[in-house]
Design a protein around this ligand. Structure first.
Ligand SMILES: Cc1ncc(COP(=O)(O)O)c(C=O)c1O
Length: 317
């Protein structure tokens, strides 16, 4: 068995002591400074497919502050793959934190308005793009395709080598990451685990069907997962001042930076669930740190967070 890609770190917190919980963090955020967390996992087999293939390049989709766009642009630069980002929003976003880096790494941004962006799964829109960019390999928003599922499933293989556990928590945006975890767990030889997804957007119930669509046939029969839809804190990329105070305090106690859009919402959900006595005494919980720290750059730039409170972000040219 190859060594795990990321380490597992035990964390301490007064609430864990109070409720006798064993909590560890799967540090996928440390896999790579730029292609971090679930992006690394999701892109692994997509990049393999692209390298040495007949494709002219790769095209993907995302918002103007997207972690996926940022990581994908860098991965394509590393592997010399021409890349296009179909970006939701106006061209004025081209110089924001995320897209400045993406463009510096060679991504060509194709801006579309919100109405057009909603067509990103429609075959006629994809055909129009394919005509504009012939021979390009298409990767959906968030990188969530079947190749991504294979990459994410490897997290379970690693975890099973690293420890025994009961429950795994992950943030959920498009659903690809949790689908990969469920798929990985459904084929593991060891004891199966409870997998809890924390939806980071409002009215996310529709994601249950989207997650099912991404599951392997065996995983479809695997029922030990749940999507928690009440911990979005007001909607995508929304949070209160109190949320940030709690999250920063948690980061300080654990020494790990969780950002407020994805992994931070998982942390806040964990704290709420513990207070609600959701977990059993002695439960062994893993938090999947999905990375995404580059998103802090955009939030600081928009004045949603103060630069003084968060670590500085640096990336290679
Ligand atoms: C840092 C981070 N964590 C979690 C997620 C959620 O992953 P998924 O879209 O696969 O549900 C995303 C992206 O969407 C992300 O950028």
């Amino acid at each position: 068995m190859p060594n795990p890609l990321s380490k597992l770190e035990k964390i301490n917190h007064p609430l864990f002591d109070k409720y006798q919980l064993d909590v560890r963090v799967k540090r996928d955020d440390l896999i790579d400074n730029t292609i971090s967390g679930n992006k690394w996992r999701k892109l692994k087999y997509n990049l393999k497919q692209l390298k040495g293939s007949h494709y002219q390049g790769a095209i993907t989709f995302g918002g103007s502050y997207s972690n996926h766009i940022h990581a994908f642009a860098y991965a394509c630069k590393q592997h010399n793959i021409p890349c296009i980002g179909v970006i939701r929003g106006e061209a004025r976003y081209a110089n924001n934190f995320t897209l400045s880096w993406a463009r510096q790494w060679g991504m060509q941004c194709h801006f579309v308005d919100r109405k057009t962006y909603r067509r990103r799964f429609e075959t006629d829109f994809l055909a129009e793009l394919a005509e504009l960019y012939p021979g390009y390999f298409f990767i959906p928003e968030g990188g969530s395709n079947s190749l991504a599922i294979t990459g994410v499933a490897e997290i379970i293989t690693e975890l099973n080598q690293q420890t025994e556990f009961d429950t795994l928590l992950t943030p959920v945006g498009s659903g690809g990451t949790i689908a990969g975890l469920i798929s990985g767990d459904s084929v593991a030889q060891c004891k199966h685990h409870k997998i809890l997804g924390v939806a980071v957007l409002k009215q996310a119930e529709y994601l249950i069907e989207e997650i099912k669509c991404l599951l392997t046939p065996k995983a479809l029969k695997h029922n030990n997962w749940r999507l928690l839809t009440d911990y979005h804190r007001g909607g995508y990329a929304k949070f209160s001042t109190q949320d940030i105070v709690r999250l920063r305090e948690f980061n300080q106690i654990t020494g790990i930076t969780f950002e407020p859009v994805y992994s931070g919402k998982m942390v806040l959900a964990l704290l709420d669930l513990i207070e609600q006595k959701y977990f059993s005494q002695g439960e062994r919980i893993i938090l999947l740190h999905t990375g995404g720290l580059q998103g802090l750059g955009g939030m600081i730039e928009q004045g949603k967070l103060s630069a003084d409170d968060w670590p500085a972000l640096t990336y290679a040219d």
